[in-house]
Design a protein around this ligand. Sequence first.
Ligand SMILES: [Zn+2]
Length: 164
Amino acid sequence: MLDYAGNEINVKGCLGCAYAKHEFVLPTGIAYEDDLFTLSQDWELPILGFFVVSPKRHVENFQELTDEERVKIFEIVNYTINVLKENKVCENFNVVFEEKPNRHFHIWIMPRHEWMKNLVGNITEHIGKVFDYANQNLKTKENLEKIKEISNIVRVAFLKHKSF
Ligand SMILES: [Zn+2]
């Protein structure tokens, strides 16, 4: 797998578990981490403001989360979106529970950027095209710098927040 900057990630076994154990790192690092979750720029897609919340524990479905984890994951999602909106990264977001058989569960915090609408019209219907476009066109130095900047803004915001 290639990360959003085009670096090869070589991991044996579950990618989500490996990330939780810091067996590989991403160019802009982790924006927030506690003993239950990590929050980072999406690992593969160079889309500004696209964040992933990944459990440290290997779970494959949303229902496998404990009550404590469920509360925490939504607090993280909520605060991340607040910070992204306050910093004018995007006005609207889709939150997706990504469940696939035998795959580490995670939540996507996915911005609905103007350029996506201009590119495909219905973003939800053509999300694959949006992702392909991003992978082919947005791994630019300028965009990766912006991703880094936003990741740092989110990191600092979490550090300042009393509940995290
Ligand atoms: Zn796992």
